[in-house]
Design a protein around this ligand. Structure first.
Ligand SMILES: Nc1ncnc2c1ncn2[C@@H]1O[C@H](COP(=O)(O)OP(=O)(O)OP(=O)(O)O)[C@@H](O)[C@H]1O
Ligand SMILES: Nc1ccn([C@H]2C[C@H](O)[C@@H](COP(=O)(O)O)O2)c(=O)n1
Ligand SMILES: [Mg+2]
Length: 263
């Protein structure tokens, strides 16, 4: 049902609705982070730094030469977000920040927060936004990439609002991998990476959370002309073919393609 609803809403955005690197970002997103602020320390300084990184000097989202191009990558559990992000990162020179990986790293660190995160992930629920946004914020601060994929975020309106409030920015592009539920379940049950949430009970809960909480975020960005929907059925290679086309249409150079031709 959600697929029909989203399908109706997800129109390919007009080419003018997504700022393209060829039109603007090539000029604006040349090497940005981190900015050296030797006299500023601690969480407040981090926020100041982040504000500096994300606050536009020329209106809504446009003029800050330090702001990276941000693409949110959404889709149901097992739709292939991580798989495709890995390919995009290596072909198109994006940093790949996976919200789920950042949370799993926090669990692996043995922190108290990690224990809370583990309980939530086992239940297929969503971790409080301040925890996830803080991990993303730190990861963004420590990359000097001018193009960033944020994989699996925002998972709910609360995530989205927290990100926009804290960073003062919006994504330039939202990619939505559209995959039927039975295919997602099949992939997750076959993933075999030892994830605590790859079992049928948790998967069922994650699918409900996806439909109830994540789809409204897709709808929101869709209404703002930022969503590009890609069918996530077929082979990994076929799906990446569509992804490649999208990035080419936005003016991103394919480093692998150029390298293979000695360019
Ligand atoms: N097109 C595809 N066809 C078949 N299997 C695929 C395809 N793409 C990815 N997979 C496999 O499906 C599983 C899930 O993929 P992936 O981890 O990329 O999904 P995801 O959207 O990141 O899921 P999650 O939200 O749980 O992190 C992996 O085992 C992956 O190798
Ligand atoms: N924004 C996010 C991203 C992830 N989580 C939690 C809940 C997910 O089920 C789990 C795994 O994420 P994935 O690797 O599937 O992207 O992590 C969250 O709470 N908030
Ligand atoms: Mg993933």
């Amino acid at each position: 049902m959600w697929r029909r609803r989203v399908g109706a809403l997800l129109l390919r955005p007009r080419s003018s609705s997504i700022p393209t690197p060829s039109a603007t970002h090539r000029r604006r997103h040349h090497l940005l982070l981190p900015v050296s602020v030797p006299d500023e320390k601690g969480p407040l300084a981090s926020n100041v730094l982040l504000l500096r990184l994300f606050t536009s000097q020329a209106g809504a989202d446009g003029g800050n030469p330090r702001k990276p191009f941000i693409a949110f990558v959404l889709g149901g559990p097992g739709s292939g977000k991580g798989t495709q992000c890995t390919r995009i990162a290596s072909d198109f020179g994006f940093a790949h920040l996976s919200a789920g990986d950042l949370l799993r790293n926090e669990i692996a660190s043995g922190s108290e927060k990690g224990e809370l995160i583990l309980d939530i992930i086992k239940e297929g629920r969503i971790v409080p936004s301040e925890i996830t946004v803080e991990l993303i914020r730190k990861a963004m601060e420590s990359t000097d990439a001018k193009r960033v994929l944020i994989d699996g975020f925002p998972r709910c309106e609360e995530n989205r609002i927290a990100f926009e409030r804290i960073t003062g920015t919006e994504p330039d592009l939202v990619i939505f991998f559209d995959c039927p539920e039975d295919e997602m379940v099949k992939r997750l049950l076959g993933r075999n990476q030892g994830r605590v949430d790859d079992n049928i009970e948790t998967i069922k809960k994650r699918l409900k959370v996806f439909e109830n909480l994540n789809i409204p975020v897709v709808d929101y960005y869709s209404s703002r002309g930022k969503v590009h929907k890609i069918s996530a059925t077929g082979t990994e290679e076929e799906i990446f073919g569509a992804v490649r086309k999208l990035f080419a249409s936005l003016g991103f150079e394919n480093f692998v393609f150029h390298k293979s031709r000695g360019l």
